[in-house]
Ligand binder design. Sequence first.
Ligand SMILES: NC(=O)c1ccc[n+]([C@@H]2O[C@H](COP(=O)([O-])OP(=O)(O)OC[C@H]3O[C@@H](n4cnc5c(N)ncnc54)[C@H](OP(=O)(O)O)[C@@H]3O)[C@@H](O)[C@H]2O)c1
Length: 211
Amino acid sequence: MSHLPLTGSRKLASAEEALAKFASDIHPSSTAATVRLDITDATSIQNAHDVVAKTLKERNLPGLDVLVNNAAIAAGTPEAVYATNVIGTARLKDAFLPLIPKGGSILNSSGLGSNTRFCQRPAIMPPTYPYYSSSKAALNSLTVQWALDEEQKGSGIRVILICPGLNAMNLNSYVEAGASPADGCKVIVKEALTKDGKTSIFVHKGGEHLW
Ligand SMILES: NC(=O)c1ccc[n+]([C@@H]2O[C@H](COP(=O)([O-])OP(=O)(O)OC[C@H]3O[C@@H](n4cnc5c(N)ncnc54)[C@H](OP(=O)(O)O)[C@@H]3O)[C@@H](O)[C@H]2O)c1
């Protein structure tokens, strides 16, 4: 089956570079495309929405099956971290929701947003990223609110939270203990391809996660 993966990035060159790395993994019948997107900028969100809507129309596609809210930052002021991880993500979701058809999915990403894991002793880790963790806890809460909203509207859109585990990425300065993102993304791909799955769940590769 052909797919049209669209990758957003603040710099188109970065998105193109990322896509080039996966070129050989993309099925020949699918076409990947890039979109300029800064989720802290309302005009950028609107422009990205318009590009995606136009692309779907040109390809005669009924909608955006899966929205992966991946963008996040861990370091910076509380204002900057919340502007990206909470407010930007919420605005992006609001803008793109009308493009998602019945049976579509919204996948949010978290891990350190689990309050339970920080209330346990020993806690999962020291409070190194308090604004990041608390912003992700806010995203966890938005996930259950959005899931309930879609359920009550009968839209058939599932909204879930995924923890890809600890991966060595730019976000955590390529932490030594981190796994390869090629492993971390497996649970995301699995959920992206799941149809009629449960909504309002927090999953990781081993199953359901602690909220
Ligand atoms: N790494 C982990 O261990 C881990 C664990 C659990 C959850 N997560 C989650 O996984 C997601 C991806 O993180 P990562 O680990 O892959 O880190 P990363 O390599 O730093 O990726 C973060 C991405 O966010 C994008 N981004 C940041 N600010 C943006 C903005 N204003 N507008 C648009 N895009 C923006 C960046 O894109 P550009 O710079 O190209 O614009 C970058 O591709 C995050 O939501 C993170 O919370 C990561």
